[in-house]
Every structure is written in C-alpha cells, then in structure tokens.
Design a protein around this ligand. Structure first.
Ligand code: NDP
Length: 398
C-alpha cells in the first residue's frame, strides 16, 4: 500500500494514472500534478468513471524545485513518477532528494536549448541518491525501458554472450492526419532530426540524419522502412551488456511522414534556435508543436498496431544464434482500455510497472539505475500481467 505522485498530465500521464488506479492494492493513493490543472482534472475524471478511484490533482511547475519539494513534503508520497518532459528530470530529482521520495522517469534529461541526449547529468546523482537511501530508476518506458529489460533477459537466459543488438521500433498505425507525432512533437522531432549514431567495436559511428535505412520484416506488422537513429538506451546498454560488438536503434517512418518532416525542416520550423516575433522570443519547434494535433487526442482515431523489440545475435552452448524478442500492441485495444493510443500505452504501462518494482522492493536499491541493471524476472512477468505480453522467436542467421 503506497502513495505515488505522477508529474505530467499528457498522453503518457493519462495511461500511468489509469494503470495505477487499476491496482489499488499497490498504488493505494494517487496524486497527479502538472502545469495545466484542467488537464489533471480531466484525467482524474475519466479515471474515476472507469475505475471509481479518486485522484487528487495539483497545478505545479516541475522546474520549480522549491514548489515541488513543498508539495512532496506536504503529501509525503513514497514515489514520484516523472512523465512530464525530459527538461524537468533534474529539478524533479533534486526535489525528490530534498523530500526523501523515490524517483522514476521515462526519458533522459535534455538541456532545453540543445538537442543532446546523454545520461551524464542524471548519472551524476548516483552518490546523492545512494547516501539518501533512495532509488532513481531511469528510462522506465518502452524504449528506453522494456527494450533494456529485454536485453537483460536475453543476457540472463537466452545467450552465453551477446554480440549484436538491433532495437527496432515500428508503429504501423494510422491516425488519418497528413502529419502528427505520436508523442510530444518537440521531443519527437528533436530526436529524429539529430545525427544518426550507433556503436561498433568500441566506438561511436556517426551518420547524417535518416541516412541509414533498411527494410525489416516484423512479426504481425510485416515489412516496414526502418531508419537508424541515435537513442538514449544505447549509452547505458554498451556499459551493461558484456561482450557487445555492435548496437543500433531503428525506427520506422512512412514516406508521407518523412516528406512532411523534410519540408518543415527546410523552412526552419523544426529549429530550436529562438527567433523574435513581435518582441517575443520563441523556438520555431515550440510554435510547430502548438499547431500540430495534440498526441493525447490521437487515441480514438488511430488504427493498427505497434511492434517493438530487440533483434539479438550471440552464442549459446557454443552455437551462434539469433532471436527477436518483442511486443505487439493494438492502438484501438489501448483506446478502449485507457482512452489512449499505443505509443502512450507502451510507455505508461512500463512506467507503472517500474513503480511497482520499487514499491514492492524488487528493485528498491539506493542509487541511480538504468533498467538493465535490475533483475529482469519480476518486470518480465509484470509485462504479461499488465497488458504488454511479449514473445521470443528464433530468426535465421544472416
Ligand atoms: P505530453 O507533451 O503529452 O505531456 C507532457 C506533460 O508534461 C504535459 O501535460 C505538460 O503540461 C507537462 N509539463 C511540461 N512542462 C511542465 C512543467 N514545467 N511543469 C509541469 N508539467 C509540465 O508528452 P507525452 O505524455 O507524450 O510524453 C511524456 C514523457 O514520456 C516525455 O518525457 C517523453 O519523452 C516520454 N516518452 C518516453 C517514451 C519511452 O518509450 N521511453 C516514449 C514516449 C514518450 P501541459 O499540458 O501544460 O503542456
């Protein structure tokens, strides 16, 4: 029986609230705090209608450490689940340290004016969390998150040594808009327009954005166009998966999506460099976000499925082998359950599950941790129990 506070009333925050409310034996009290109170109230209302659970709501600026500390000291939750934006990670970690609260997030810290995905800022909190006897679990979404745990599971059970990992993220869903992003547009576009990067034989290899492409045949959703991106879990997995020779991350995009993105980029709309309009400084990408459909509104209109998994090669019992470990998630089933599309669902369920891992002491360990550093077993069981069943298939060696 534990109290949890969820920060961020967006698409993912909605799913976390619903999924926590479905398990009152674990999350006995839930608080939702975010920048816009009305969004918190609207989520609390639907959760009450669906589950009967009452969620307390607050307006908060997650970048105001003193205000968050005060709220945490007043409400005394055991755990803070951060599903606001990556810009708020450090201020929320500081507030957790001030108030003695465990911390969990789904995306690594990014400085607001520089598209840079690195764990160094959060890893620097290791000693402070250790000394305070508090757990900080980083990247408990799907990718990062479940994909890290898939790798840990493969390392524990499926291979004696892992050689290569390709993380593949396919969204074969369609929301019917010419262009929209499935999660926060600013974060999504910053991720895609940066240079591609993968790790091979002990060093990083860099490529122009979206310049490396392959056709990959996924289970259930079939052949898709996958593009190599840099993704944050690569940075921790190269440290924690032993013997690794290469790791890459791929995401699928339709031609229509890429054409729109190219045009937006060419006209400067994806830039994070502030420009001045009528005396106000704004980032063009911030403006773009405000004219694009809100990802939280895509749920009802998105049809189709996602398939996210890890294609892993290595050695088992002296034999080379290759597997794909994955989950398939259906957009409409998610909507029926929690009024959200599958992208928010596949992030929100692991956030809730990571919370359970801490609250039930499976993963309560003072310090700052990435997911693959924990025992994968209870988490892998939880995925099946809470809506993200997974499969392992053998693949032919290339
Ligand atoms: P949204 O933009 O839908 O939601 C973010 C929420 O955070 C909004 O409600 C927003 O408030 C709130 N917020 C923003 N700034 C502040 C602030 N300073 N103080 C308080 N609240 C604030 O994003 P998503 O729900 O799609 O994504 C949430 C997180 O999940 C992101 O960090 C994203 O990177 C991560 N993610 C992780 C994935 C994974 O697999 N690991 C996959 C997808 C997303 P307002 O409503 O007022 O704007």
């Amino acid at each position: 029986m534990s109290k949890a506070i969820i920060i961020g009333a967006g698409g993912v925050g909605n799913v976390v609230c619903h999924k926590c409310a479905q398990s009152p034996d674990i999350f006995s009290e839930i608080i939702l705090a975010s920048r816009t109170l009305e969004k918190c109230q609207s989520i609390a209302q639907t959760v009450k209608e669906k589950t009967g659970v009452v969620i307390k709501t607050y307006k908060i600026d997650a970048e105001d450490v003193a205000a968050v500390t005060q709220l945490l000291k007043k409400e005394k939750p055991e755990l803070l689940i951060n599903v606001a934006l990556p810009y708020q990670d450090l201020s929320l970690m500081d507030a957790c340290l001030n108030a003695g609260v465990h911390y969990l997030d789904t995306a690594n810290y990014e400085p607001p004016h520089e598209a840079k995905f690195e764990y160094k800022w959060q890893w620097a909190y290791q000693e402070r969390f250790k000394e305070a006897g508090l757990t900080a679990l980083l990247g408990s979404g799907f990718d990062p998150g479940v994909t890290n745990v898939f790798c840990a599971y493969a390392q524990k059970y499926l291979f004696d040594s892992i050689e290569t990992i390709d993380i593949l993220d396919a969204n074969a869903g369609d929301h019917g808009y010419p262009f929209a992003t499935n999660f926060n547009p600013e974060i999504n576009i910053r991720e895609i327009t940066q240079k591609g990067r993968y790790w091979e034989n002990g060093k990083w290899v860099e490529a122009e954005p979206m310049s490396i492409h392959q056709k990959y045949t996924f289970p259930v959703v079939g052949e898709q166009d996958a593009y190599l991106l840099y993704h944050e879990e690569l940075e921790s997995l190269i440290k924690n998966i032993t013997g690794l020779k290469r790791i890459r991350f791929w995401m699928t995009f339709s031609e229509k999506y890429l054409t729109h993105l190219k045009v937006l980029e060419n006209v400067g709309m994806t830039s994070i460099e502030p420009i001045e309009i009528k005396g106000e400084k704004i980032q063009p990408i911030e403006f773009l976000k405000s004219v694009l459909p809100d990802p939280a509104s895509l749920g009802g209109r998105t049809q189709g499925k996602t398939c996210i998994g890890c294609d892993i090669t290595g050695i088992k019992n002296g034999q080379k082998k290759r597997i794909f470990i994955y989950n398939v998630c259906d957009h409409q089933s998610c909507y029926q359950e929690v009024l959200s599309q599958a992208i928010s669902y596949t992030t929100g369920v692991p956030a809730r599950l990571g919370g359970e891992m801490i609250l039930k002491n499976h993963w309560k360990k003072p310090g700052v941790w990435n997911m693959e550093q924990m025992d994968p077993d209870p988490f892998m069981e939880g995925l099946k129990a809470y809506g993200l069943p997974w499969e392992v298939i053998d693949l032919p060696l290339e």
